[in-house]
Design a protein around this ligand. Sequence first.
Ligand SMILES: Cc1cc2nc3c(=O)[nH]c(=O)nc-3n(C[C@H](O)[C@H](O)[C@H](O)COP(=O)(O)OP(=O)(O)OC[C@H]3O[C@@H](n4cnc5c(N)ncnc54)[C@H](O)[C@@H]3O)c2cc1C
Length: 425
Amino acid sequence: MAQHHDVIVVGAGFTGLSAAAMLAERGFDVAVLEAQMRVGGRAEAHTLADGARVDKGGQFVCDDMTNVMALIRRYGKTLVQTPVEGAFVVQPEIDAPDRAYAESRSLRLRMRALDPRDPAIGGMSVADWLAAQPVSTDAAKAFRSTVEGLWCRPIGELPLWYLVSNDRRITNRQSEIEYFVGETIHSLAEDMAAGLDGRVLTGRPVTRISARAERVQVQAGDLLFSARHVLVAVPPVAASRIGFEPDLPAALRRALSVWKSGAVIKALVRYPRPFWRQRGLSGMVSWLDPSGLFACDVSREGLGAALVVFVGGPLAIAAQAMPPAALEEMILAKLATALGETARTATAIAVRDWTGDAWSGGGYSDTVCDLRAQDAEDVLRAGAGRIRFACSELSPSYPGYIEGAIVAGRVAAEEIMAAVGQDAL
Ligand SMILES: Cc1cc2nc3c(=O)[nH]c(=O)nc-3n(C[C@H](O)[C@H](O)[C@H](O)COP(=O)(O)OP(=O)(O)OC[C@H]3O[C@@H](n4cnc5c(N)ncnc54)[C@H](O)[C@@H]3O)c2cc1C
């Protein structure tokens, strides 16, 4: 026998939780089916040996991200300002790092000014475009490292129009690593799930969604659910693994097939003290080579001195072939070159490799990797009748961020409420 609800939300990441919270507040009978035994999706926390809780996935926020900031306040979380005082290090050392980064930022602005719908850039990758730009080699390397670090795919695979459209929606003026949450941002997802009062069912991977005349049936393990509307709040690659009956329309199937998951490894490296500060360094390091590598200071009360290191894009893909000890050694060696030999004296290193993650794909976000698939996001947002798709990737603002997930979830909830209003007419 199927359990009946008004709306079923598949996935308890920030998108699914935000959509469900809004629907529940407006009196809808909503159930959230989550594959994993925990909520939060790409926001995940771990307890270290001494009891400190740390975010191993999504972590940073800034004042411009108004929706997540409002939730952080509403749930009484502690905001910690990311320590940034001191010099920023660029690796390997180059002659004029400030000039290279300023040039790279202007390049990014020039790219954003392109029209993503312009047919002239339709079949062009970011690498094609970059090769044609009149910039210094160091600025081109800085640009490439930033893009591969943030979008977590090699620039040769990223469509130029996709990056333009995506980057235009990331509008923060404050640094995106302005703050993090002392209790972990994952605890915010847990609080939101708790506020849903038993409506979130974990350990329920959805394998099949079947559209019937007035209802949709959702198979999760040995349980069958039915609802008037279903919101698939999972990243596109994860959505493409769900079986749909009848098959989704061809355009929608194609729109789901053009995404690839990013690749990212996040490492927390702890030290007896923040030794970099004694040398006037902020602990923030950006590597031009290897591309996509970045570190910053996340020291705080209760955790002590610590750096977080992001290994993104091609380097994370290459790191798949490394034994864990070799990866840790590589991270410590890079930090030692950038911040001094004391970096080798880490007291602990905790690595979370997201690459190929079973439920979330692998990176901050999935990205479209088909140079001609300009309509993929619109087709997915339109959904198929009673089945809708939402995730941070499809957000009108801050795609690829927690803020984007919250916005995407709320937009989808509004659309479902409007559709229910139509049903009632
Ligand atoms: C290492 C890392 C660092 C990051 N850092 C930041 C940061 O500092 N700041 C920031 O704003 N963002 C950051 N992000 C990105 C941010 O975490 C994501 O954009 C956001 O959490 C995505 O939310 P979502 O709900 O759209 O998707 P997800 O969080 O992926 O949620 C989808 C949920 O659906 C579930 N699911 C998948 N398939 C099924 C199925 N078939 N049935 C049932 N459930 C299913 C998954 O288990 C998951 O819980 C980071 C991400 C990573 C991986």
